[in-house]
Design a protein. Structure first.
Length: 418
């Protein structure tokens, strides 16, 4: 979407639950908004539920009803966390002299419209756009700060929904897309996006910049990264900055997220040329790191692209461009002869390297079957298939590549229509 000319800076700022855990933290967040408004920026604020409020609401409702609460009734209850945070935030902004407006899903001007998939509702982008442009945009043009509960939606007939994991990020990205914002600022309790989860490793480092495609591969379901599911609503032209709340300001460096990730599951030819698989078999190969290191090292030292690899207890398969095959055959055969754990090697030529990718691919039930079944029914052999986070790699015969892609794409379109 092309940006229209603007004479002001427009930011959508999302505060995570940990940044709003108590009155002091909310006061710091409100101070950061007030300082930014004073510079002339136009702001929209998206807030999560304070601390662990959503978890407490879910646990309480479940125990009180013996686990019977679900669907629209449960979503209505869970929405109270964000709705309460928003009311408190607006009150605190008013105390700072900042004009603001709270949005509630029970009102007719609510901007996030969804389908009826309670607990994991999907936003209806066209309907969202109409509401945002009609009710949110006029406020920011009048220097009023809209305060919007994240994670919460509403159906076309007025029933409250929740957006599931990453729901508040999703809210912020949708607002930014339709407002043509300059930037989304995600305020968290860490310095930015880190090289690892600080709960699992010591002294992880901050990434100063990352593209959305890479982020989708490292993002987890916790609070330290932007959730993969939310990334499909990120506009390619709108950067996202992830910063730490303790800085107390919205212009701190943090981590800059650029680009976008595919919104839909798609299938493409990942290598324009034929691919060969080189299989080394033996006994306990996975327990012999020296063997694995030598094979991969030999491929790398000869500057042969390694398109993919898989290892199980007794074998290692490396996929490389077929025109590089003879560069590595003799060296890898020498490795096979040198180690007791390796017995023989085999080569399969004439393969096509297909890649299926999209946000949340690994969370889509039955997607591997969606890929493999139509190929089986059409007698197209699969010579290799493996998944890595947001992509599935499939190797088929080179002559079957076009038919295989057509079948997979047709099947994935059926997944979206289900």
């Amino acid at each position: 979407m092309a940006k229209s000319r603007k004479h002001f800076r427009c930011l959508v700022v999302k505060f995570g639950g940990s940044t709003l855990g108590d009155g002091d933290r909310i006061s710091k967040a409100v101070g950061a908004i007030a300082d930014e408004v004073a510079t002339g920026s136009k702001l929209v604020v998206v807030v999560s539920a304070m601390g662990k409020t959503t978890d407490h609401l879910l646990e309480t409702a479940s125990k009180a009803s013996n686990g019977e609460v679900a669907g629209q009734e449960l979503d209505d209850i869970l929405s109270m966390g964000e709705r309460t945070s928003s009311r408190i935030f607006m009150t605190a902004l008013s105390a700072r002299g900042v004009r603001s407006r709270y949005f509630d899903p029970t009102d007719s001007d609510w901007p996030i419209i969804t389908d009826r998939s309670f607990g994991d509702a999907a936003p209806l982008l066209e309907a969202c756009g109409k509401q945002i442009n009609r009710y949110v945009r006029p406020l920011i043009e009048k220097n009023v700060v809209p305060v919007i509960p994240g994670f919460v939606g509403k159906t076309l007939d007025g029933e409250i929904t929740t957006l599931g994991r990453g729901g508040s990020d999703t809210t912020a990205f949708i607002l930014a897309r339709h407002l043509q914002a300059d930037e989304v600022v995600v305020v968290t309790d860490v310095d930015g996006i880190l090289t690892a989860d600080p709960k699992l490793v010591k002294r992880p480092k901050k990434l100063f910049e990352v593209d959305a495609e890479t982020l989708a591969r490292i993002a987890d379901s916790g609070t330290k990264f932007i959730h993969k599911k939310a990334l499909k609503y990120k506009d390619e032209s709108i950067p996202v900055r992830v910063i730490k709340y303790s800085e107390g300001r919205l212009d701190s460096k943090g981590t800059l997220v650029k680009g976008a990730f595919s919104r839909e599951l798609c299938c493409e030819l990942a290598s324009r040329n034929e691919v060969a698989s080189l299989t080394v078999v033996g006994r306990g190969i996975s327990e012999e790191p020296a063997v694995i290191q030598e094979i991969v090292g030999e491929i790398k030292s000869r500057k042969v692209p390694l398109l993919g690899a898989s290892i199980d207890y007794d074998s290692l398969i490396a996929y490389i461009p077929q025109d590089h095959l003879h560069d590595v055959l003799e060296p890898i055969h020498s490795i096979v002869l040198r180690h007791k754990a390796t017995l023989a090697m085999a080569v399969k030529q004439g393969l096509a390297f297909l890649k299926v990718k999209g946000v949340g691919l690994e969370e889509t039930p039955g997607v591997v079957g969606r890929i493999s079944e139509p190929l089986r029914h059409n007698s197209i052999n699969i010579f290799g298939i493996f998944t890595i986070t947001s992509s599935i790699t499939v190797f088929v015969g080179w002559n079957d590549r076009e038919k295989a892609m057509e079948l997979i794409r047709e099947s994935l379109r059926g997944e979206r229509n289900d």
